[in-house]
Design a protein around this ligand. Structure first.
Ligand code: SF4
Length: 63
């Protein structure tokens, strides 16, 4: 499963990181999110989806 954050859409709310800190982190420079792993296995799939669902900007794609 591939996790991506669209940097152009991310507004740095941090909800993805608060919801799923095992999948998402925030950059010190600009506060925008990035995935800790671009590919996640089934153990982190639920957390990846929860983080994506928490994003009000719909900036996260999980495929
Ligand atoms: S919740 Fe969405 S907008 Fe907020 S930091 Fe995460 S990816 Fe960016």
């Amino acid at each position: 499963m591939r996790v991506q954050v669209d940097a152009g859409q991310c507004q740095g709310h941090g909800l993805c990181q608060m919801t799923s800190p095992e999948v998402f982190a925030l950059r010190d420079e600009d506060g925008h999110a990035y995935p800790l792993h671009e590919e996640v296995g089934s153990d982190l799939a639920e957390a990846a989806r929860s983080g994506a669902d928490a994003c009000p900007e719909r900036a996260i794609s999980v495929e």
